[in-house]
Design a protein around this ligand. Sequence first.
Ligand code: F6P
Length: 322
Amino acid sequence: MIIVKKIGVLTSGGDSPGMNAAVRAVVRKAIYHNIEVYGVYGGYSGLMSGNIKKLDLGSVGDIIHRGGTVLHSARSEEFKTREGQQKGIEQMNKHGIEGLVVIGGDGSYRGAKALTEQGFPCVGVPGTIDNDIPGTQYTIGFDTALNTVIDAIDKIRDTATSHERTFIIEVMGRDAGDIALCAGLAGGAETILIPEAGYSMDEIAERLKKGHERGKKHSIIVVAEGVCSGVEFAKQIKETTNFDTRVSVLGHMQRGGSPTAFDRVLASRLGAHAVELLLEGKGGRAVGIQNNKLVDHDIIEILDREHTLDLDLYKLSKELSI
Ligand code: F6P
C-alpha cells in the first residue's frame, strides 16, 4: 500500500559515475506511481538552505549516460549537528516531503541515519567509487572507476615497458583497497598494496631485484591511498633498493566519466528499489545488491558493520604476479 505522496532525492559526498542514473530511476519510478519528487541541490547543505525544486520526467532526461550528478554534491560539517539536521527536516516539512532518498557513501548514510532517528524516513542508496559500503557487493560508480584506472594502467604500462621503468600508481578508495586490488589484478600489476593487508618492503625489494636479474626491467605497483601516498612509497623503494621510480597519482579523474553499463543498470535497480521501500513506508533502510539480488538492511546496522574485501582475490593477485 502506498502511504507517501511526496519524496525528495539528494546526492551527497564524493560524486560517482552512475549517480545520475540513480536520480533518474528515483524520479521516474516515483512518477510512475503518481508520487511527486523533489530534487535537493547541493547535498545536505542544499537541504538546510532549502535549495529544493520539483522534478518532472524531463528533468532527468538525457542524463543516464552522464558522469557527475545533476543535483550537485557537497560535504557538510554543519549537517553533522542536530541543529543542522533539524533545519533539513524543517525544509522538507515546508515542501510537504515525507521521505528522502540519499545517494552517497558512508558520510551520507550517517546523515540519513540521523534524520531517520529523528523521525524522518530516509533510504540510502550506495553511490561511491570506493565500494566500501557494507551490505552491498557493489556500489554505484565502482565499476566505472575501475575501468578508468585499468585504462590508465594500460597506458602507463606502455611507457613503463619502453623506458624499462618501475611505476607507482596511486589510486583512490579512502580506507578501502577495492579499487587498487581489482584494478591491479585486471591491469596485471606486479605489486598491489591495500590497507586490508600489510606489506613487507623487503619482500617487494626482493621481487624487484629478482625481476631485474632475469631481465624484467619494468614493473607496475598499484598503491591504494589508504596505505600511503605514491610519493611516500617511491621514497621507501629508493631507500631499500636504490631503484628510481616514477609516480602517477590518478586523483579525481577516477570519479568522472560516463558510467559503464554495469553501473547504469545497478543505479537504475537500486534507485527504483529505494522508492519502493519509501512508498511502503519503510524508512531507515539501505539498499544494496548481493549475488545479483536486490536487498535492503537497517541503515543503523549497516553503519556498525565493517566493509570486507575479498582476500582470496588478493591471494590470487599475488599468485599471478610471480
Ligand atoms: O569517497 C570518494 C573519494 O573519491 C575517495 O576515494 C577519496 O579519498 C575522497 O573521496 C576524496 O575526497 P575529496 O574530493 O573531498 O578530496
